[in-house]
Design a protein around this ligand. Structure first.
Ligand code: NAD
Length: 444
């Protein structure tokens, strides 16, 4: 399931083709491995606003070196710009003044984060200016190249002290395939500043349920949450029982073999978590299926099974775990949507409906949850797994290239995004749907 095109273009003959035919030229993305520094280089700070004072200390607490300027000839690995002080459109020129001279002074796989104030919490000229930031970051994401990523983070004033976990994710290689995103911190009532004692084990002592954990993205989610210190309880269907039990044994986790669409699945999961683990801290609704057909040829069972697995089961399981009090204080509910649920896709009316419904689940729960419980979702783009290996070659090739990074993502890219949502320090990250799609052109 490797990316053969990427292998080809890095060969000597491939380089010749890329140069002469203007073919897509994907930069190998840096990914994080345990023990690495979060940022391998210097973070340059710019702008002026509410967050200017807390930024250097926050980064320092993460072991990230930052500075207000670059020495002659030096390069920056990341740029963080505090735009919260921009209160009218004329102030937006500060973006051009700061970024333009730096665009040729960035290292490979650079990171850019612009911090703003949620427009809906402001009025008049400030609201216009803050909303304008989105056009800047989304465009820069498409032109930065060389494996770079660009994000806009809207920080509600009450959450100024709760930005560390998000910066740790967005500035590090953990966010390798996440770009052009708009993240909200402290929206929807949650502005918790949960203390993290050890950033290398942000889930120490936590219990994490992962559905569809035997393979693909789910297996990687289980590995990453385990790496971060969680006890993982993996769920999968009987046909996948041996892969599931092997993986959970390897991760010192626990397993539960059941079909999540079965009538008593929510109760069985709740009972298991309560009896064997005293509750659950992180719930990842990863299990999902496709049954593609154009609507004209869509049999009822193709429609119903996709909705049942991808949407109804996450909804009923979340409801049961919340109503039965099995989700611990500070719990995290995380859905797996898809860019198909945002942009739509031919042959996927059933799948896209279910995945847009997962976004609806986030929106319906986010204002209702209490006890510090949050709900967020990832929306993966083209991720190289068994699910996408089944896509015909030509469609797969196009699917992989149609994004700002000209390549497919890896399951670990989705898993790292979920680990950020799951982290103890992410109590103020609530109600977000973040695409893991290399800034795909579809529905952008
Ligand atoms: P996959 O088919 O490799 O794995 C899905 C897992 O879910 C399997 O282990 C399967 O046995 C399990 N599962 C299916 N139905 C189940 C049920 N009824 N009860 C319990 N377990 C069940 O798929 P993947 O590519 O790893 O996808 C994981 C998630 O990511 C899915 O929700 C998928 O829709 C979503 N997604 C994937 C991509 C991609 O490019 N691969 C893109 C967008 C979204």
């Amino acid at each position: 399931m490797s990316d053969r095109y990427q292998g080809f273009v890095s060969s000597p003959i491939g380089r010749l083709f890329v140069k002469n035919l203007g073919l897509p030229d994907p930069t190998p993305l840096e990914r994080w491995t345990g023990g690495d520094a979060l940022v391998d280089g210097l973070v340059l700070l710019g702008g002026a606003g509410r967050l200017t004072e807390v930024l250097p200390t926050t980064l320092d607490g993460l072991g990230i070196a930052s500075a207000p300027g670059l020495d002659d000839g030096a390069r920056a690995k990341a740029l963080v710009f505090d735009a919260t002080g921009i209160t009218d459109p004329s102030g937006l020129v500060a973006l051009q003044e700061f970024f333009t001279p730096l665009m040729r002074r960035l290292e490979t796989c650079p990171r850019v984060v612009v911090l703003g104030t949620p427009p809906e919490t402001t009025t008049g000229a400030e609201r216009i200016a803050q909303r304008a930031l989105e056009g800047f970051t989304r465009s820069l994401g498409k032109e930065i190249g060389r494996g770079g990523t660009v994000q806009l983070v809207y920080v509600a004033p009450a959450a100024d002290g709760a930005i560390a976990s998000t910066l740790a994710f967005l500035l590090s290689p953990k966010s390798a395939y996440v770009s052009g995103q708009v993240v909200r911190i402290g929206a929807h009532g949650s502005a918790s500043t949960d203390q993290v004692d050890d950033w290398s084990q942000p889930l120490a002592g936590k219990v994490a349920l992962v559905t569809g954990a035997s393979r693909g993205i789910g297996a990687e989610i289980a590995r990453v949450l385990h790496r971060d210190g969680a006890k993982v309880v993996g769920v999968d269907v009987p046909q996948a029982a041996s892969e599931l039990t092997d993986l959970m044994a390897e991760l010192d986790g626990d397993h539960l073999v059941l079909d999540i669409t079965h009538q008593d699945a929510p109760q069985r999961i709740a009972h298991h978590l309560r009896e064997h683990h005293g509750g659950v801290d992180v719930v990842v609704h990863n299990a999902g299926i496709t049954r593609d057909k154009k609507l004209a040829n869509m049999a009822e069972d193709r429609w119903s099974t996709v909705i049942a697995v991808n949407l109804t089961a996450p909804e009923l399981i979340s409801r049961e775990l919340l109503d039965a009090g099995v989700v611990n204080d500070g719990g995290r509910i995380i859905g797996v949507a898809s860019i198909a649920g945002i942009a739509g896709n031919v042959g996927q009316t059933n799948y896209a409906t279910s995945k847009a419904g997962v976004i609806g689940l986030v929106e319906s729960l986010r204002d209702e949850l209490d006890r510090g419980i949050t709900v967020n979702a990832v929306a993966p783009g083209f991720i190289i797994t068994q699910m996408t290996a089944a896509v015909p070659f030509a469609t797969r090739e196009v699917g992989q290239r149609l994004n700002a990074m000209s390549q497919g993502g890896l399951p670990v890219d989705v898993a790292e995004t979920i680990a950020w949502f799951a982290g103890t320090g992410s109590g103020a990250v609530n109600g977000n749907v973040v695409r893991v799609c290399g800034q795909m052109m579809l529905g952008a």
